[in-house]
Design a protein around this ligand. Structure first.
Ligand SMILES: NC(=O)c1ccc[n+]([C@@H]2O[C@H](COP(=O)([O-])OP(=O)(O)OC[C@H]3O[C@@H](n4cnc5c(N)ncnc54)[C@H](OP(=O)(O)O)[C@@H]3O)[C@@H](O)[C@H]2O)c1
Length: 315
């Protein structure tokens, strides 16, 4: 039987890369990854090709290349790239194109990597948190949640994959523990005592593959995934044990975090505030047991940290 092709957007990235590797390493061989990249000759693209994935050059801003990438595919993993451009409008426009082309290609299953539109719980301008870019609370969340409607409007069979905070942010995103004035490492997050759903970025792709393999049962549903929901204090305690250096949890107020001044600090400050203030709803929208069923290799925080401890930059 012919393999079912899954077109993977963001294939050289964290989420999409995990999916390509999950597809290509499945001994059942039921699916074939078609990896979209803007740079087919890059090292990352070559590494994907070495797994047997089809690598196809294209850009989600170029509709012709995206249509070519969807042509003849069974399904697609759709994702946007907020931190490359900081534009929710760009995400909205890209998803509109993805949904339109998914429909015209007759895709049977799209997995859309999304997040909550926080404006459904926190009306913009309510005073709870600053309004950003004129109409958002958390721009990189809100535009994704709003974009869910594009797939619905086009009638594309879609699973809405609600992702979680990458633990890889402690390696790549500057969120790892930093030495305080007293010389002790501090993990600074504006989460108080609330639980923070998190996941290894690679596991998002593996969970997405579980959704594709499950077939139609998750079409039309939001599937929330996480590898664990530790508090800041619990993560600091795990870091202390696994890294062999004392790491203290340093909970700060969201307004302090927003004021840190790095690009996106206000967006992330609002994001953490939302996760803190709506801990029950945010955690409740993510299902650890389901995540494990979709991806039996799912890592919890301890496992992920033990495997990645050498990669955490420590001041
Ligand atoms: N950090 C977190 O905790 C977190 C949690 C949940 C969700 N997210 C969301 O995850 C998304 C990013 O996913 P990621 O972390 O997997 O990304 P990533 O690792 O930064 O990789 C994204 C890949 O997408 C490709 N790409 C970028 N622009 C493209 C375009 N115009 N057309 C085609 N391909 C393009 C790039 O590949 P080439 O250069 O090879 O083309 C890049 O390798 C963001 O929207 C973010 O909001 C992040």
């Amino acid at each position: 039987m012919a393999k079912k092709i899954i077109t993977v957007l963001g294939a050289t990235g964290a989420q999409g890369g995990g999916l390509v590797r999950a597809i290509q390493s499945d001994p059942s061989g039921a699916f074939q990854a078609r990896a979209l990249t803007r740079h087919a000759d890059s090292d990352k693209a070559r590494a994907l090709a070495a797994t047997g994935a089809e690598v196809i050059q294209g850009d989600v801003d170029d509709a012709t290349s995206l249509a070519r990438a969807f042509d003849g595919a069974h399904g697609a993993f759709c994702i946007t790239f907020y931190w490359d451009h900081f534009s929710p409008e760009k995400e909205l426009a890209q998803v509109a194109t993805m949904a339109r082309l998914a429909k015209s290609a007759g895709l049977r299953h799209v997995v859309w990597s999304t997040l909550e539109d926080t404006r459904r719980r926190v009306p913009v301008g309510s005073g709870r948190m600053p309004v950003l870019m004129g109409k958002y609370n958390v721009p990189h969340f809100d535009a994704k949640g709003e974009s869910d409607g594009q797939f619905v409007a086009q009638g594309v069979p879609t699973t809405f994959l609600l992702t979680s905070f990458y633990w890889d942010n402690f390696i790549h995103f500057g969120m790892g523990p930093k030495k305080g004035p007293d010389g002790v490492l501090a993990l600074t997050l504006p989460m108080g005592d609330a639980r923070l759903p998190g996941i290894a970025a690679e596991d998002i792709g593996r969970c997405a593959y579980g959704v594709f393999k499950a077939g139609e049962i998750y079409v039309g549903q939001h599937v929330g995934i996480a590898g664990g929901m530790p508090t800041g204090a619990e993560m600091a305690a795990t870091m202390t044990r696994v890294l062999g250096r004392e790491v203290r949890y340093n909970p700060v107020a969201p307004e302090v975090y927003r004021g840190f001044g790095f690009p996106g600090a206000d967006d992330l400050g609002n994001m953490f505030q939302y996760k803190h203030d709506f801990e029950r709803e945010f955690c409740g929208a993510r299902d650890l047991a389901l995540s494990k069923r979709l991806n039996p290799e799912l890592q919890d925080f301890d496992t992920w940290l033990a495997r990645n401890k050498e990669r955490i930059p420590l001041d």
